[in-house]
Design a binder for this molecule. Sequence first.
Ligand code: C5P
Length: 231
Amino acid sequence: MTAQLNPRGDVAVLVPAAGAGVRLGPGAPKALRPLAGEPLLVHAVRRIAAAPSVHTIVVAAPAADVGSVRAMLAPVAPVTVVAGGAERQASVAAALAAVPAGPEIVLVHDAARALTPPELVESVAAAVRAGHDAVIPVLPVVDTIKEVDAGEVVLGTVDRSALRAVQTPQGFRRSVLTAAHAAAGDPLTDDAGLVEKQGVPVVCVPGSEYALKVTRPFDLALAEHLLVAGA
Ligand code: C5P
């Protein structure tokens, strides 16, 4: 029996949380690193569980930590925990395979985006519910972007007005995500990329500054400040 949140909800959220977090420096797997005293994954799951449409949450944890992650999340929300894979894509596929019958909308959300507001979960889900097969939250790119060669010499300047920085949760009609993973080849860094390869249009909705991905030590410090300030 899979743990459920809102039995009338129509959304399953997959949380890949099996990454090592090499760019954060030595330490525990990234999703288990503390942010203001609690693991990133706890913050992330608490916010997902606060979104009213969510029926099911499936977390892909590092294989060695499945038992401890299950115990850690039990007081936070009803969550199914599976072992992740060597690449993010394999972790998402493992979580997708554990979604029970019912939810027809599937969101994929990085544990590392620990401060993502429940409202963003709802707005992505709403756009899928409204008829879009694939939906991604995005922000405009603020820096000027240069393309460089292997020697760090500039080849050219990219027109940033046509660029978007992509966040999670990314939302999909369940059948579309399942088909995209079944057809997947080389690992990509996001799920929308797999769906794009299937020729499915991917629609953008406004993202959130709070959905920043904790990747480097600076991001962890920034996230702590945001939490103290009430995020
Ligand atoms: O490495 P990156 O920051 O892109 O990872 C994004 C998310 O994917 C993180 O939440 C990480 O834990 C997860 N991941 C995973 N399995 C892997 C690698 C990354 O679940 N093998």
